[in-house]
Design a binder for this molecule. Structure first.
Ligand code: NAG
Length: 152
């Protein structure tokens, strides 16, 4: 009788133990359920691709993420010329983003400086700059490599 109940306790302990292992295994996946691609960069009010500490920024500039000729996302720079775009990594693969997409500023440079052209665009390719993982988010950080002026 004592041996049977000891066996029963042992079996229960094994079952509980394996359930705990499975829950522990599931935890990291649950903890990083939300994946994001975060694209950011600064836009400057210049046709020159060389940026110095005195180059003025370009506030309220429309920034488009263009992939294969199509517009995937649109945003606007803030007062500091900085923009951020979030993408779902399930709908946009990182390799595709880095190889097939560009950031394009269509707002004319004359908007931030009347001495600059009223036509033409600023364009930048994208690069992976790092990864930020915490309990809730798994973020791939992608940045503009640098905007070049393309006249039209
Ligand atoms: C873009 O994000 C990266 C990583 O989070 C950060 O280091 C960088 O300063 C950001 N750039 C701008 C222009 O905000």
């Amino acid at each position: 009788m004592a041996a049977k109940s000891l066996l029963f306790v042992a079996v229960v302990l094994i079952i509980v133990g394996s359930m705990e292992i499975q829950m522990a295994k599931a935890q990291p996946e649950l903890g990083s359920l939300i994946g994001l691609i975060r694209i950011n960069g600064s836009v400057f009010c210049t046709t020159d691709s060389t940026i110095t500490s005195i180059t003025p920024v370009f506030p309220n500039a429309q920034v488009q993420l263009q992939c294969g000729g199509g517009v995937v996302s649109t945003t606007t720079t803030n007062g500091a010329g900085v923009f951020t775009i979030f993408l779902n990594p399930l709908t946009m693969l990182l390799s595709s983003l880095l190889n097939n997409c560009n950031l394009v500023v269509n707002t004319p440079l004359a908007t931030c400086n009347v001495g600059l052209p009223t036509t033409g665009i600023l364009q930048s390719p994208l690069q992976l700059t790092g990864r930020t993982v915490n309990e809730l988010l798994d973020i791939l950080n992608v940045g503009a490599t640098g905007f070049n002026f393309i006249s039209s």
